[in-house]
Design a binder for this molecule. Structure first.
Ligand code: PLP
Length: 400
């Protein structure tokens, strides 16, 4: 290979992420290829984005056709893909209205603005939002405030006020943090980036009940869990608790950048001029998102994700019983973490990469597994063989 991409990165690109030494050039389904033609099974899926895998023909075709017809207008005009996507999301969720933007952080910013306006209108100017420790809501200044992880906040102090981070899975912590200033509680149904942390039984429902009793809005950040990842179209459906506001991004566009903010009628309080986005909901991204979401719904991809998730988790549990250093296997659908009893995740991931399997070291002692939802049992078997090899090598390294 003539070009040294790594030194080009050193020279021109901000060093904001430490990368694996792999230059990816092509993807198809669950597979990716690097510049040398080496093949990888992708069990990161672009951060739980490529739910239909890489370059799914339905999405490729929608993008190509829309690109030829109309990509971007101003939001002073109606465009058709935006309205079709809005209808599809509303008809398949408990929410009534949609606003489109470009990312998860931006969707959550919109949710917070919506809640604050609601607080001004109906709750005597209440503005505070209770969020959970170990959550992840994005990288804008307000969202690092919302994100209950100090290492995302400390470099950027002062950060916006109006967020209270409390323990996850602790309804009493939410009760205790609620004051006359509180307007909403914002949670992920499963904390993804925080380590695939599951809610304890009844927690989401208890939070819903508390919000009802206190007149607070429940905001569910489904940026990672939405669109089938957990084995249902939206995560809230598994916990018997409807949000007043829900945010989506990641998998929504099947690979193109789009986010969405959805709300029940009573919380849809924006008036003209209150919020906006230049690119938000443009024809190109909405056409891609419509094609991807329609395919997910029509082919019941969530059911396949559930089956494949059960299969994968079952095999991982067997692996756990064979390796004393695996402390926990947890997750729902195809969002799964394997936790170790030491900080061996980086080493496991690096051996697996060499073996042709891409994984994410979500914590120093845990890996996150989130393949495309169209993954097959054969893909899973192959991935597990590579993982077994990676675990053995990493454990050997740890012992010496
Ligand atoms: C990834 C993620 C975000 C941020 O999304 P971006 O598109 O990176 O801004 C927000 N919330 C959750 C739960 C996420 O997983």
């Amino acid at each position: 290979m003539s070009t040294d991409w790594k030194s080009m990165e050193n020279k021109y690109y901000m060093f904001a992420a430490r990368r694996q030494p792999i230059v990816l050039v092509r993807g198809e389904g669950t597979k990716l290829w690097d510049e040398n033609g080496k093949e990888y099974l992708d069990f990161i899926a672009g951060w739980a984005v490529n739910n239909l895998g890489h370059c799914h023909p339905v999405i490729v075709e929608a993008v190509a056709q829309q690109a030829r017809r109309l990509m971007q207008t101003s939001n002073q005009f109606y465009t058709i893909p935006q309205l079709q996507l809005a209808q599809l999301l509303v008809e398949n969720s408990c929410l009534d209205k949609v606003f489109f933007c470009n990312s998860g952080a931006e969707a959550n910013e919109g949710a917070v603005k919506l809640a604050r306006k609601y607080g001004k209108m109906y709750r005597n100017n209440a503005y505070e939002i209770i969020t959970a420790l170990n959550s992840f809501h994005g990288r804008t200044l307000a969202m690092v405030s919302a994100t209950g992880q100090p290492h995302y906040q400390d470099t950027y102090l002062p950060i916006p006020e109006g967020f209270v981070n409390v323990a996850y899975n602790d309804i009493d912590a939410i009760r205790a943090a609620t004051t006359e200033k509180t307007v909403a509680v914002m949670l992920e149904v499963i904390q993804g980036e925080g380590g695939v942390n599951l809610p304890s039984p009844g927690y989401v429902k208890q939070v819903r009940r508390w919000c009802d009793e206190e007149g607070l809005l429940l905001i569910l950040d489904e940026v990672q869990t939405g669109l089938g990842r957990l084995g249902s179209l939206f995560g809230y459906q598994l916990f018997d608790a409807e949000p007043d506001i829900m945010t989506l991004a990641k998998a929504l566009g099947g690979g193109v950048p789009i986010g969405a903010l959805l709300a029940k009628e009573k919380a849809s309080v924006f008036a003209p001029g209150d919020h906006g986005s230049t690119f938000g909901g443009n024809a190109l991204t909405c056409a891609a998102a419509y094609a991807s979401t329609k395919f997910i719904i029509d082919h019941d991809i969530p059911a396949h994700a559930r089956q494949m998730g059960d299969y994968l988790k079952g095999k991982l549990k067997t692996m756990q019983s064979n390796h004393e250093f695996i402390r926990d296997v947890r997750g729902m659908g195809l969002l799964i973490a394997v936790e170790f009893n030491s900080d061996m995740a980086a080493s496991v991931v690096s051996f697996c990469n060499e073996g042709g399997l891409l994984l994410n070291p979500v914590r120093p002692n845990a890996i996150r597994i989130m393949p495309p939802l169209i993954v097959s049992p054969e893909d899973i078997d192959k991935a597990l063989d590579i993982l077994e090899m990676g675990l053995t090598k990493a454990a050997r390294g740890r012992a010496s």
